[in-house]
Design a protein around this ligand. Structure first.
Ligand code: KIV
Ligand code: ZN
Length: 520
């Protein structure tokens, strides 16, 4: 049996489904390219039937990503499967991933179908998918709570129809490791044609066991693991890609499996996702958290200085964590900046470098020490991926514990300037009200967080907002050594995303009017 584990990344589908993690097309493409650099084996790009936006992003990922298998999700229904194939047919390596629930709870309350009917749906779905696409994956949703004899029957039928990958999800994160591993052992023992398929696991983290369950599945015969970057996903999330990959790598001798993941790209991918979604990882998150390699206790520091192996089971470099050396200052030139970005794994084109350099010199005027984290904040915040319809020209805000706060904001749009003033409970609220008055796109703040990205009192602060606009909600982010400036630009980032989404939807509607998309 092969000892390479295939990594199936579902950040763009199961991950993106989780609240606060939605991404627009440009953001999804940026992440898809980074997943390609990380060398995942498969990326699930979305659920094409879910919406026109989802269809478009799966199609675009399928068009642009050439070296990795691109999967699209489809319920075991004809209209889903046909729509999925429409999105995928241009992919270099397409895979239709079709699923249906097999647990009695789902059959009775959700599908309202009998076991025989679900078995029949499985056969029809896999048959249709295989008639369109050479590679088909079948998932038995809620397999973790399904009757094992029935699961064996469904799996056998799916393989007989040509499913080459059989995925066993613990959809509700209910299983414990021995129990989950046993499902794989039983499938391998009882399903006569099991040798014709690759077994896969897909674990949710409701009890914090998603990674442990995935490792148990691997030990019992799974050769594909479905997971997400930073473990994002429905409810408590999915199994975290970085934790599985590093567990397999660090404990290779014990576990005996490897992946082809480029582990040095892990930190960059994690950081990119946090910046795209505004969903930060907790400081003590394994592998990619801010404290994952920080040694605080004196006894630990002493040990690490004498020999890193005393308290470090993997090096920060092995997952691409930049070492926070003081790198650049006020007098550093464009060449040094470009070189440092290259060391951090970013090759900037001329336009990006010009913008990064402009932001860097602005920051260096305010702040003496520029750290790698500051440079990463510049690149993720300053180099916009969506058109900046409204740009901040200045913000002046006052506040205090005895006065009503006020803010004056000047914005530009298409070479025109707009100024307005507003009052608020604090300087940030006053600033947001002034912005709302200018743009006429009022937002309701759902979430606001700030974190310092580097050290010192003059540290750069990164602000993330989650804003509800009429009919949609968007995240925004910005970094600055001034909190009001960062807050204003984070909010504007969300406003600009809304405007961009509304414009793109209008353009799509217009194009559809000219060339209607056929519906199954
Ligand atoms: O959790 C789940 O069961 C899923 C399936 C669609 C694979 O995400
Ligand atoms: Zn899932």
């Amino acid at each position: 049996m092969e000892d390479t584990i295939h990594i199936f990344d579902t950040t763009l589908r199961d991950g993106e489904q989780s609240p606060g993690c939605s991404m627009n097309l440009e953001e999804k493409l940026k992440l898809a390219h980074q997943l390609e650099s990380l060398r995942v084996d498969v990326m699930e790009a979305g659920f094409p039937i879910a919406s026109d936006g989802d269809f478009e992003s799966v199609r675009q990922v399928a068009r642009e990503i050439r070296s990795v298998t691109v999967a699209g999700l489809a319920r075991a229904m004809e209209k889903d499967i046909r729509r999925c194939w429409e999105a995928l047919d241009i992919a270099a390596k397409p895979r239709i991933h079709t699923f249906i629930a097999t647990s009695d709870i789902h059959l009775k309350f959700k599908l309202k179908r009998s076991r025989d009917q679900v078995l029949e749906d499985t056969v029809k779905a896999v048959r249709l998918a295989r008639s369109l696409c050479d590679e088909v994956e079948f998932s038995a949703e809620d397999a973790g709570r399904s009757d094992l004899d029935y699961l064996c029957q469904v799996v056998e039928a799916a393989i007989a129809e040509g499913a080459a990958i059989i995925n066993i999800p613990d959809t509700v994160g209910y299983c414990v490791p021995e129990e989950f591993g046993r499902i794989f052992t039983v499938l391998r023992e009882r399903v006569p044609n099991i040798g014709r398929a690759r077994l896969s696991c897909h674990c949710h983290n409701d009890l914090g066991l998603a990674v442990a369950n995935s490792l148990a599945a691997i030990r019992a015969g799974a050769r594909q693991v479905e997971c997400t970057i930073n473990g994002i996903g429905e409810r408590a999330g999915n199994a975290s890609l970085e934790e599985i990959v590093m567990a397999l790598r660090v404990r290779r001798e014990h576990l005996g499996f490897s992946t082809v993941i480029q582990a040095e790209e892990i930190y960059k991918t994690s950081h990119l996702l946090s910046n795209l979604t505004g969903m930060m990882v907790q400081a003590n998150k394994a592998v990619v958290g801010k404290n994952a390699f920080a040694h605080e206790a004196g006894i630990h520091q002493d040990g690490v200085l004498k020999q890193a192996l005393t308290y470090e089971i993997m090096t920060p470099q092995s997952v691409g964590v930049p070492t926070s050396n003081l790198v650049l200052g006020k007098h550093s030139g464009r060449h040094a900046l470009s070189k440092r970005y290259m060391d951090l794994g970013y090759t900037l084109d001329k336009k990006e470098l010009d913008r990064a350099y402009m932001l860097f010199t602005k920051l260096a005027d305010k702040k003496k020490n520029i750290y790698d984290e500051d440079l990463l904040a510049i690149i993720h915040d300053g180099i916009r991926m969506i058109p900046e319809r409204y740009a901040l020209k200045y913000v002046h805000a006052t506040g205090g514990n005895q006065v009503l706060a006020s803010a004056t904001v000047k914005l530009s749009k298409d070479n025109e300037f707009f100024v307005d003033t507003a009052l608020g409970c604090g300087p940030v609220e006053a600033t947001y009200r002034a912005i709302d008055r200018i743009t006429g796109v009022p937002g309701r703040l759902l979430d606001y967080s700030v974190r310092s990205v580097s050290s010192g009192k003059d540290a750069v602060g990164e602000v993330f907002v989650h804003v509800h606009f009429e009919g949609s909600h968007f995240t925004g982010k910005a970094a600055s050594s001034d909190l009001v400036d960062a807050s204003a630009r984070a909010y504007l980032n969300a406003v600009n995303k809304t405007i961009h989404a509304r414009e793109s939807a209008a353009a799509r509607r217009e194009a559809k009017g000219k060339h209607p998309v056929p519906q199954a």
